[in-house]
Design a protein. Structure first.
Ligand code: CMC
Length: 430
């Protein structure tokens, strides 16, 4: 017998279907609520709203579980690589070796931007934030690929468009960094793998190649992999929102970059390092900052802590913390910010304020410290997040593209403004 929920509104009682996900997560289907009762639901920040059904990523925030296409993040982090995980997310299964080779080749063949795109980089001021450049240039790229907006071609050409976007996001990101430093642009090299190529384009010099180290390449690849998807977060929902109007994949991804930029989302890795630097500069051991973060009048938060979905340790944070220790050992590197971060984490996890609100470290708490050790400048941290998140955005775009009955996303509101008013001519207004 199918499950249902009963809702009583005054004297009216209606029955609403209950649906369950493949991990048994329950939901009340309210899609017919307004038509049958005139009521809508109000859910500030969408904390209780499922905006779609999706096969891509599963999170159990209470238990601290994250799986891509059913595979635990811990296993992927240990055994897989970013490009393989990108395929998994986009196509729904692990690739065969032939599929993986074909996908890598497609990424290589599509890694160069159209030459005319280079002129666009010239127009940005030197101090432009790389997230602004990234979003603008992803959108600008769409001008060079006819077919992106064509409904039939969008489906047929999905493999090439998605490979192009995934490959070129890394090229655009590196170009924007070099532009901001006044350095000559370096092209990707076909013989290098995904993460190696990014390091090459960022750090090689025209006459001296960047010296690849396996440990560094692996650390960057792991950061990309851990960010690859995270179900209906702010940026992914934005991508789906834009895609629901049948906008093209590049336009949808460019909107995702903008949504990711803020310090409460993908900008948090930058904000964490800036917070740690400020604590260090103040000669605070972290205790003063923790006190301020609990005081609502101070307007401060412990960045890299808390999550809308996780009420437990973010599994990605656990992996990143260990990767950070391993990297520092391998490079014989030290950073006072790592010591401050560990002290802050310990203090927060023992503090009633954070315990009661179930605030734990999230993915951003340690990722910035790794990126600093790799020589990535702070303002590029959200860009690294965006490169990593691209497979998730593409996979979510694909779900909308392939959904035969896909509807435009169009939430309702409760209007709280003035009721019906008459226009008053300007000379009669007091
Ligand atoms: N420091 C201090 N207090 C906090 C923090 C924090 N980092 N996070 C939440 N709180 C408090 C908040 O003030 C509220 O307290 P009260 O109940 O007394 O009003 C309570 O905890 C619940 O917080 P909320 O703002 O309702 O939680 P939310 O689900 O709306 O926000 C969040 C989630 C991630 C935006 C928030 O925890 C935050 O701002 N964290 C810091 C920024 C951050 O690290 N963002 C990265 C998130 S992970 C990467 C990603 O996927 O985007």
């Amino acid at each position: 017998m199918s499950e249902s929920a009963k809702l009583t509104i005054g004297s009216q009682e209606i029955e609403l279907p209950v649906i369950r996900g493949s991990e048994d997560e329950p939901a009340i289907d309210i899609s017919k609520l307004r038509a049958s009762t005139g009521f809508i639901t109000l859910d500030d920040g969408y904390g209780n709203t499922g905006s779609c059904k999706s096969d891509i990523t599963f999170i159990d925030g209470e238990k601290g579980i994250l799986r891509y296409r059913g595979i635990p993040i811990e296993e992927l982090a240990e055994k897989s690589r970013f490009v393989e995980v990108a395929w998994l997310l986009i196509h729904g299964k692990l690739p065969t070796s032939e599929e993986l080779r074909g996908f890598s080749d497609l990424l290589t063949q599509n890694q160069n931007l159209h030459e005319d795109m280079k002129h666009h980089f010239e127009a940005f001021p030197a101090m432009a934030h790389p997230m602004a450049i990234l979003s603008s240039m992803i959108n600008a790229s769409s001008c060079f690929y006819p077919g992106l907006n064509d409904k039939e071609l969008r489906v047929d050409r999905f493999p090439i468009h998605s490979a192009r976007l995934l490959s070129q996001v890394r090229t655009i990101a590196a170009f924007s960094y070099r532009k901001s430093r006044g350095l000559p642009i370096l092209y990707p090299k076909p013989e290098l793998k995904y993460s190696e190529n990014f390091l090459h384009m960022m750090f090689s010099e025209p006459y001296r190649d960047y010296q690849m180290s396996d440990v560094v390449v692996r650390a960057l690849d792991l950061i990309f992999l851990l960010h690859a998807d995270h179900e209906q977060n702010c940026s992914t929902s934005t991508v789906r929102m834009v895609a629901s109007s049948q906008a093209n994949m590049f336009a949808s991804a460019a909107a995702g970059v903008c949504a990711l930029w803020g310090p409460l989302h993908g900008g948090a890795n930058q904000a964490v390092v800036e917070m740690l630097e400020a604590i260090h500069a103040d000669s605070d051991d972290g205790s003063r900052f923790i006190r301020d973060a609990k005081d609502k009048t101070k307007g401060k938060r412990l960045m890299g802590f808390g999550h809308r979905v996780y009420r437990n340790y973010d599994p990605r944070a656990r992996i990143i913390k260990k990767a950070c220790d391993d990297l520092f050992d391998a490079l014989e590197h030290s950073d006072p910010l790592l010591d401050i971060a560990k002290t802050l984490e310990k203090a927060a996890l023992e503090d009633d304020y954070f315990i009661e609100r179930k605030l734990y470290p999230n993915v951003d708490f340690y990722s910035g410290i790794i990126l600093r050790a790799l020589g990535i400048p702070t303002e590029m941290f959200p860009v690294i997040f965006a490169i990593g998140r691209m497979p998730g955005w593409i996979a979510n775009f694909k779900e909308i593209l392939e959904e035969p009955h896909s509807r435009i996303y169009r939430p309702r509101q409760i209007y709280t403004g003035q009721v019906n008013q008459s226009y008053v001519p300007v000379d009669e207004r007091s």
